[in-house]
Design a protein around this ligand. Structure first.
Ligand code: NAD
Length: 344
């Protein structure tokens, strides 16, 4: 299939493109390039790509594709809290516009990267896709709005699917240090401490970036009748862990490290345990990676590729990196490009 992947230069996109290519698809990227240069170690290179702001994409740019995989977003809670209106602008309005234009251009399948954080404060019961959505943050709220608005576009010729991914972990050449396992392992490698700022009790469902890539690849070719307008939780029950359990896996993976639960960030209302059976039953999707295996992978890659504190806290942490691009005059206050120095 001819597949357009938006956000192909992000953490997940960089891992997903080779998985799609290995499955025989022809991939084109579309990305504004916020993190194009944020690499750790060697990298085989991006596919052909459009250096385009999602907010400005045109119907002509979407013609000729069989499917769109839509990953581009301001992707995490701190970013959303800093500038909720920009989060709604890109994550909600531009995403719905993209889906409308894709449909107009004759694209038949639209796979959307949603998130399990749409469940918000769900307690300790396992939540299925039918559970009430209680998004707590602008980021999660924007994902719910896209699901609602894009579902309304579905018809026989246009199949939208919503993959509600658990929080990702694992190595990507375009690393992210601001997601829980990647963060804890990186901090431990750099300082010897596994430092948990919450009280460790919130539940987090986790999933490896490569497992997410496999789930999208599966949805590209699954029968449309099984998919249209459906949401699928993507992850595995074995990776529903408390933050304290995640931290314990990191202590095991980083020799000599010690655990420190400070509790300084106070109560964290984002807590949910997720049921992943529909992806298993409908798509035949099984996540392969466990959290302990992912912690060892991260420690190995960080060490081999020479992770530094500067890179960990700045280059691989979305908020300070974007602030740096604004301070340098590359992006304006609405995160639009005003110079070409971080090209896609
Ligand atoms: N990483 C996770 O834990 C996780 C979990 C659940 C869902 N998701 C979703 O998966 C998707 C990808 O996540 P990620 O971790 O790779 O995020 P990321 O921040 O690493 O990458 C996002 C990419 O989108 C691009 N982008 C952002 N705004 C754009 C715009 N206006 N125009 C064009 N490109 C733009 C960025 O340049 C970047 O390359 C996101 O939609 C995210 O919400 C991620």
């Amino acid at each position: 299939m001819r597949v357009l992947v938006t956000g192909h230069q992000g953490y997940l996109g960089t891992v997903m493109v080779p998985v799609l290519e290995a499955a025989g698809h022809t991939v084109t990227g579309l990305d504004i390039g916020y993190f194009a240069d944020c690499l750790l170690g060697e990298f085989a290179g991006d596919p052909e790509g459009l250096a385009v702001d999602l907010r400005e994409v045109t119907v002509e740019q979407l013609r000729g594709f069989d499917a769109v995989i839509h990953l581009a977003a301001l992707s995490n809670d701190p970013l959303g809290a800093l500038a909720p209106e920009i989060t709604y602008d890109i994550n909600h309005h531009a995403s719905v516009r993209l889906a409308r234009l894709a449909k107009e251009a004759g694209v038949r399948r639209f796979l959307y990267a949603s998130t399990c954080s749409v469940y918000g404060a769900a307690g300790t019961e396992l939540v299925t896709e039918d559970a009430p959505l209680r998004p707590i943050t602008p980021y999660a709220q924007s994902k719910v709005r896209v699901e609602d608005d894009v579902a309304a576009l579905a018809d026989d010729d246009f199949t939208p699917v919503f993959l509600r991914n658990a929080t990702a972990f694992g190595f990507s050449p375009r690393l992210r240090a601001d997601i829980v396992l990647n963060n804890l392992v990186g901090y431990a490698v750099l300082t010897g401490e596994v430092k948990v700022l919450s009280d460790g009790t919130p539940w987090r469902p986790l999933v490896h970036a490569r497992d997410i890539a496999t789930a999208f690849a599966t949805c590209l070719t699954a029968p449309a009748a099984d998919l249209s307008c459906r949401a699928f939780n993507i992850g595995s029950e074995v990776n529903n862990l408390t933050v304290a359990e995640i931290a314990a896996a990191v202590v095991e993976a980083v020799p000599g490290s010690r655990l420190l639960i400070t509790g300084e960030s106070g109560a964290d209302p984002r807590s949910y345990r997720v049921d992943f059976s529909s992806a298993r039953e409908v798509l035949g999707f099984e996540a392969q990676w466990t959290v302990p295996a992912g912690a060892v992978e991260l420690r190995t890659e960080y060490t081999a590729r020479g992770l530094t504190a500067e890179a960990f806290f700045q280059r691989f942490t979305r908020l300070p990196h974007l602030q740096g691009l604004c301070d340098a005059g590359v992006l304006d206050a609405r995160l639009r490009r005003i110079s070409a120095s971080a090209s896609a």
